[in-house]
Design a protein around this ligand. Structure first.
Ligand code: URA
Length: 193
């Protein structure tokens, strides 16, 4: 049977499946429109997210908000989640066993949200969601389609803060995302009529 949002949130918030539960302050399950067409997936909570229990609320979150606005959308219209729901100490990358312990939650979030397009923010999301080790510099900007869902890898917002020269490429990726959402929306409207 399909897990409900309520059950899933409870499962995530009470999880003790990996060592990250020992150092977290707050679990960060994810947030946004439960029926969003666009899902954005980051790596894992940072310090601000760990304190507030919400994804992408720190400096990289501000940049992500700007990108979402520049696309003519609101944060409340998309769904934002991470590969791991608890902060890795000192913001290190999640270890493979930590990601493996947490990925079932992301799978359940996919099933509930049923997004049409997924933005993979950075190499950690690319690695664990698509099982793809291609460097993000090569993988970005290229669509992968699986079972009718379109995945676009792009730079993580924190990479854009570290190296603003990457912003131009990231913006091209997000424009492709917007275009895909528009195309799919038109197709759906056509099918309805
Ligand atoms: N970086 C991420 O990958 N996710 C967050 O939620 C915040 C920063």
């Amino acid at each position: 049977m399909r897990t409900s949002w309520q059950e899933l949130t409870h499962e995530i918030e009470s999880c003790r499946k990996c060592r990250l539960c020992e150092t977290r302050t707050t679990v960060v399950p994810g947030e946004g429109d439960p029926n969003a067409s666009l899902m954005l997936i980051g790596e894992g909570p940072g310090r601000d997210e760990d304190l507030q229990g919400r994804p992408f609320v720190g400096a990289s979150g501000k940049l992500l908000d700007n990108i979402i606005h520049a696309l003519g959308m609101e944060r409340t219209e998309v769904y934002i989640a991470n590969v791991v729901k608890c902060r890795p100490p000192l913001n290190r990358n999640p270890e493979p066993d930590e990601a493996a312990a947490c990925l079932d939650f992301l799978r359940k979030q996919f099933v509930l949200v049923r997004p049409r397009v997924i933005a993979l923010l950075g190499k950690v999301a690319l690695r664990y969601v698509l099982n793809d080790e291609t460097p993000i510099t090569k993988a970005r900007g290229v669509w992968t389609e699986r079972k009718g869902v379109w995945f676009m890898p792009t730079y993580h917002p924190s990479a854009l803060l570290r190296d603003p020269s990457k912003k131009r490429d990231a913006w091209e990726d997000f424009k492709q995302i917007k275009q895909k959402l528009d195309e799919l929306g038109e197709k759906d409207a056509g099918n309805d009529g």
